[in-house]
Design a protein around this ligand. Structure first.
Ligand code: ATP
Ligand code: AH0
Length: 368
């Protein structure tokens, strides 16, 4: 199938779109990809929505307005790509992720985006709502990209770790015997972006300049590294805001701007090192995707925290900016064909679990 994958991640920076030809198990061809940034007003409103999402109904007018503007931007991304496709994979924007018991509003993962409107406008069927079925089956609802990573890395030497540094970090560990272990490592660019916005007014710490000018604070770092999430065995996943309280309690907010950025970058890398303790065996190397690989402070901290070589995914010929969007093209084909999206080793689902919904140009569809 010719698919277009659309991903708008937890960094709230915009929509990534990528064209992929796939049957959901193998990738025949990657096509062009692009990123359409959100305008500052949409970015600000989505950020506000993250704070509100635990307490507002699905028909809240502010939420519906954000959803309509978000869907519009996704439709523009499809139009700008300007390619024929049989199916769109539309992740939508996560505004709340509380799959676990014991949290207010738990048992829920919430992605906004109007799939029917996108299908009508693009005149292409849309696969969407990729996470709910997994959560309903007892899984974490995230991460979803591991099955795509496994297909992509089929011929690479194992064990291999593929790390995505978005707003949140997630890792896929692939073993020699086809074993798959995946989970969210901890906060990545999310707290760094918030820090940069407060300290410099920029959307992010461009090229890690602020972090590289500072020193990590040992006391704050020590407190953050004691967070129970890091020691907890997988399966596990995070909401974009899950560490905000811990960051406040550790006193990260009182650090000078450069030291604060250095502390957050080092924490992200140490959380990845803590994640590696849950792997069945050390990886031969780490391949890093996502915007975080463009931050030299993060890459330097990772190289310091991990004993194995760390490389951007470009060393094996992948496109680290397009990877998540490509994944949702492949996942869309899996929804279409009724193939499982999640597994015990990825989300903790009780078995291989199908998911996603299909919306045709003129109404809902049933998977093949
Ligand atoms: N040149 C750069 N220097 C520093 N940081 C950068 C640079 N380019 C991108 N980033 C970081 O990467 C982030 C975007 O990463 P990415 O697009 O992978 O996240 P996402 O897909 O939104 O998140 P997630 O994977 O959690 O869903 C930006 O918010 C910024 O923090
Ligand atoms: C709930 C949600 O949207 N989670 C995202 C987020 O961003 C990174 C990490 O946390 C990952 O678990 C997931 O995204 C990727 C695409 C995934 O599901 O594999």
């Amino acid at each position: 199938m010719r698919t277009i994958g659309l991903m708008s991640g937890t960094s709230l920076d915009g929509v990534d779109a990528a064209w992929v030809e796939t049957d959901g198990t193998r990738i025949a061809r990657f096509g062009p990809s692009l990123t359409l940034p959100y305008d500052p007003a949409l970015r600000r409103d989505l950020r506000k929505l993250l704070d509100l999402a635990g307490n507002i109904p699905g028909d809240d007018p502010f939420l519906l307005d954000c959803e309509q503007r978000l869907t519009e931007r996704h439709a523009e991304a499809v139009e700008e790509l300007g390619l024929e496709a049989d199916l769109i994979g539309f992740h939508g924007q996560t505004i709340l992720h509380r799959p676990r018991a014991g949290q207010p509003g738990a048992g829920r993962t919430w992605q906004i985006g109007d799939a029917a409107a996108l299908a009508r406008r693009a005149r292409i069927p849309v696969a969407h709502d990729f996470r709910s079925a997994d959560v309903a089956a007892g899984g974490q609802g995230a991460p979803l990209v591991p099955v795509f990573h496994a297909a992509l890395a089929a011929t690479l030497p194992k064990p291999l770790a593929i790390l995505n540094l978005g707003g949140v970090g997630n890792v896929t560990w692939l073993g020699e015997d086809g074993a798959l272990v995946a989970f969210d490592t901890g906060p990545a660019n999310g707290p760094l972006d918030d820090w940069a916005r407060r300290s410099t007014g920029e959307d992010y710490d461009r090229d890690g300049r602020l972090a590289l000018a500072g020193l990590p604070d040992g006391a704050v770092l020590g407190q953050l590294l004691a967070h129970p999430y890091l020691a907890a065995p997988p399966p596990k996943s995070l909401d974009r805001l899950d560490f905000d309280r811990a960051l406040r309690d550790a006193g990260a907010g009182e650090l000078p701007p450069a030291d604060g950025a250095a502390t957050l970058a080092t924490f992200c890398a140490c959380a990845v090192a803590a994640a590696a303790r849950h792997f069945p065996a050390p990886p031969l190397q780490w391949l890093v995707a996502g915007g975080g690989r463009r931050n030299p402070a993060l890459m330097r901290a990772l190289a310091g925290a991990l004993p194995e070589p760390v490389h951007p995914v470009e060393v094996v010929g992948w496109d680290g900016d397009a990877l998540e969007a490509q994944a949702f093209g492949v996942l869309a084909a899996r929804v279409w064909r009724g193939l499982p999206l999640t597994f015990p080793g990825t989300t903790g689902a009780p078995g291989p679990t199908v998911g996603g919904q299909l919306t045709g140009v003129s109404g809902p569809l049933v998977p093949a």
